[in-house]
Design a protein around this ligand. Sequence first.
Ligand code: TMP
Length: 253
Amino acid sequence: MARRKKVYEGKAKILYEGPEPGTLVQYFKDDATAFNAEKRATVEGKGVLNNRLSEFFMTGLNSVGVPTHFIRRLNMREQLIRAVEIIPLEVVVRNVAAGSISKRLGIDEGTPLPRPIVEFYFKNDELGDPMVSEEHIIAFGWASQQDMDDMISLALRVNDFLSGLMLGVGIKLVDFKIEIGRVWDNDYMRLIIADEISPDSCRLWDIETGQKLDKDVFRRDLGNLADAYTEVARRLGVMPQREPPVTKPTLIN
Ligand code: TMP
C-alpha cells in the first residue's frame, strides 16, 4: 500500500493528505508538551481521548450552527477534516482568571472575570506565541476587520456552547483556546473552527472540588493526565474504547 503523504506534523497531531481534495486526515498523538515544548512526555491513551472529545465538541458545535472543520471520525486516533487556511492566531476566551492572565495582571487564580475576555496570540513557536492586539493583527494583515468580528463572534459562541455543556456535567469552563481557518465555497470565503477542542486546549475545573481535569495536570505535575481526560469523557458520556490490547498468542493444549 502506498504511504500516505504527511502534510504537517505538530506537537500533538499529524496531518495527512485526505482521500478527496479539500480534506485532510488529522491523527492525534499521545505526546504531551507544555511551555513551548520545554516539557515533554508520552501519555498513553491521550490521543484516543482527544480524538473522541474533539469529535464530540465539534459535532455538537456543527449541530448548533457553529461551523467547524470536522467531517467524521475515521478510527481511534484519526478524523477526517476539511482543509483550511489557518489564521496564524490562537484565540483564547477566559471566564475565570487562571494561567497567564493571573500571572500577567496579578489576579488570583479562580477569580471570576466580569465578562468573557477574548485574547489573541500570534502562532509562532520561535517567539513563544506572543500576545497581540487587534491593531497588530490588522496592520500585519493576518486578518481583516471583518475577520476579527467573525472570530470574536465564533469564539463567544463556542464559549456559550462549551460552558453550558460542561456546567451540565459539573465542570467549570475556566478558559480555552481555539484556532480558526478560512475555507472557500466557490468565491465565498468564510471562517470555521479548526485544529482541536480537547482538555489539551481548555481549563476545566470540577465545580464541587476545584479538581483540575485538563492539561494543567501535566503542566503542574498534579497527577495522571489520562485519568483526568477519561473523567471528562466519562461525564460527557463519551466513552472511548480502550485500544485493542496487544495479545500474546496463548498456547492451547
Ligand atoms: P494561558 O493561561 O497559558 O494563556 O492559556 C489559556 C488557555 O489556552 C488555556 O485553556 C490553555 C490554552 N493554551 C493552549 O491551548 N495552547 C497554548 O500553547 C497555551 C499557552 C495555552
